[in-house]
Design a protein around this ligand. Structure first.
Ligand code: ADP
Length: 200
């Protein structure tokens, strides 16, 4: 199962990815987590990414594409993976397609978590408050505002892109967490039985 979770910051991609990982036994690949680890370890990539991330801007495509390419070559990805936070631009999506095609692979589905933007700011601020000491540098009001703007401008076009490729399925992300998980699992069941592509 090769899956993308798509949606604005705070939509619940990470939460759902972890649940799907347990359900399907495939790894969650979060480029945000990988980049935060690189920043913490002060690697070359981390040094490049630090200030960009703190502002809520996107790290250059070639940097994240290289990270993902490296990661999906790992043996634990041989049965599939859940991409969380990647691709974030059409160029990243195209690189991913090239990467997968080179291995004779395709995506099973792109799950768009549809959420109310008003609710997002509240969710993220709650996350910042609850995480106590481990507050993310980009969970400030300004960075959040920028992250949403970047999402609208650079990432939202992926919705059309994946509509065109026939991979897009939309799930109501405003349901309780269990409801969202149930909806995603239902959609994946359909994808598995091939109904997704048949239905367009
Ligand atoms: P969010 O909660 O905003 O979805 P993430 O943890 O996915 O946060 O990402 C945090 C930050 O890491 C982004 O704002 C961006 O700076 C950087 N980042 C993560 N994934 C990508 C990507 N695919 N392309 C470019 N930058 C990325």
């Amino acid at each position: 199962m090769r899956l993308i979770l798509l949606g604005p910051p705070g939509a619940g991609k990470g939460t759902q990815a972890k649940r799907l990982m347990d359900e399907h036994g495939i790894p969650q690949l979060s480029t945000g987590d990988m980049l935060r680890a690189a920043v913490k370890a002060e690697t070359e990539i981390g040094l490049t990414a630090k200030d960009i991330m703190a502002r809520g801007d996107l790290v250059p495509d070639d940097v994240v594409v290289a990270i993902v390419e490296d990661r999906i070559g790992n043996p634990d990805c041989s049965n599939g993976f859940i991409l969380d936070g990647f691709p974030r631009t059409v160029a990243q999506a195209e690189s991913l397609e090239t990467m997968l095609r080179a291995h004779g692979l395709d995506l099973d589905a792109v799950v768009q978590l549809e959420v109310d933007e008003e609710a997002l700011a509240q969710r993220i601020q709650r996350r910042a408050a609850e995480s106590g000491e481990a507050v993310r540098e980009d969970d400030t009001v300004e960075a959040l505002h920028n992250r949403l703007m970047v999402y609208r401008e650079q990432t939202a076009p992926l919705i059309e892109h994946y509509k065109d490729t026939g991979h897009l399925v939309t799930v109501d992300g405003m349901q309780p967490i269990d409801g969202v998980t149930a909806s995603i699992l239902a959609v994946l069941q359909k994808a598995k039985s091939g109904q997704l592509h048949a239905a367009g």
